[in-house]
Design a protein around this ligand. Structure first.
Ligand code: SAH
Length: 342
């Protein structure tokens, strides 16, 4: 049985034509699944019953199970999904007054082994298919109390640029008016810096936002936090970013997690301001979520603020992200880690 979410609208129209059905029925099916949240073809009351039967015989809508839902006191909600093969992934709903942001995973596990991140602790299992990625969005939408998902960030478990084709395919479907209709500019791909893929991404013609997880401004520190830096050191990463910005005319956001006693001193802010000088970019500072298993802690508030002030004085556009969902272990991979360790 095929997962219907593998198909874009054209794909389903093609199948309906082959079946001798009106292709416009495809739009109805899409509307049921992606707009009304129907999880059963039987519910699609404006379709002829023989078509509903045929769909049921040939397609499924869901392949994973929602096994756990945890809600934070700040409204952030984390879903733990069990995939068909028994692997677990996480997806998060982050509501604010004006937006509802979904945070989704792209791989089961992660091979990048960043020292501060819970996602890599259990190693890498496999890439998610485009339909599994889309399914996360479906779960998020169906669990957001009728509010529309306005933004999407690829900041859950895994490295999006290490599962490039499936991520791009999923984005094109998620972005389309026939499905969730989330504008490309409201979709953020976050990467640890898989340098060779930047060029391909810059040529997609997609208006997505790119975030680069930097977290350190010299090679020694970055290599110890993020092993990928040993393969693509800062010089290569920053020059790939510069080319990306030139090619797409878009700004890059650098994510910088502040970790107590590791990268939060003003000498680090100085180095950071030096390597980013002249780039059309923004820095997003994130006080690290404490991960007990990894022994990491955020710095105290005054240290965070002076880091930010330093960057701003150096002329770097800087934002400070409010941590969300700390009481539900909403940092990457934390819930899955806890669940699988039991
Ligand atoms: N692999 C991609 C996307 C997943 S991580 C990447 O590296 O960007 C998404 C973001 O969450 C990254 O910026 C990552 O560094 C951050 N993150 C991971 N562990 C964290 C922690 N303990 N506290 C705060 N942010 C964390």
């Amino acid at each position: 049985m095929k997962d219907i979410k593998e198909l874009d609208l054209k794909g389903l129209e093609g199948i309906f034509t082959k079946w001798g059905e009106h292709p416009f029925r495809a739009r109805q099916v899409f509307s049921w699944i992606y707009k009304k949240g129907a999880l059963d073809f039987g519910e699609m009351s404006d379709l002829p019953s023989d078509l509903r039967g045929k769909l049921k015989e040939n397609f499924c809508i869901l392949s994973s199970k929602l096994v756990k839902k945890v809600k934070s006191s700040d409204g952030t909600e984390k879903l733990l999904l069990e995939l068909k093969d028994g692997n677990f992934i996480e997806a998060v709903i982050i509501p604010t007054e004006k937006r509802i942001t979904g945070c989704i995973s792209t791989q089961a596990g992660c091979k990048f082994a960043c020292s501060f991140c819970a996602s890599g602790v259990l190693g890498f299992k496999r890439n998610l298919s485009s339909q599994e990625i889309i399914e996360e969005v479906l779960y998020l939408k169906n669990n957001s109390q009728g509010r529309k998902l306005t933004h999407l960030v690829f900041m859950g478990i895994g490295e999006p640029l290490d599962n490039y084709d499936n991520v791009i395919k999923a984005i094109r479907i998620i972005n389309s008016p026939a499905t969730f209709n989330i504008g490309a500019r409201r979709i953020t791909i976050s990467t640890s810096g898989v340098v060779p893929v930047f060029k391909k991404l810059s040529e997609e013609g997609l208006q997505v936002e790119l975030s680069v997880s930097l977290h350190a401004a010299d090679d020694k520190a970055r290599s110890s936090l993020m092993p990928i830096n040993r393969i693509y050191p800062l010089k290569d990463l920053i020059s790939a970013c510069r080319e990306y910005i030139n090619q797409t005319n878009r700004q890059i956001t650098f994510e910088y997690i502040l970790i107590k006693d590791v990268n939060s001193g003003l000498q680090n802010a100085l180095k950071l301001s030096k390597i980013l000088r002249g780039l059309n970019c923004k820095v997003n500072l994130i006080p690290s979520n404490a991960v007990k298993e990894l022994g990491i802690q955020p710095p105290a508030k005054p240290e965070i603020l002076s880091f930010r002030d330093y960057l701003e004085k150096a002329g770097i556009n800087t934002t400070l992200r409010r941590p969300r969902g700390e009481d539900i272990e909403a940092a990457c991979g934390q819930l899955r880690l806890k669940h699988e360790k039991k």
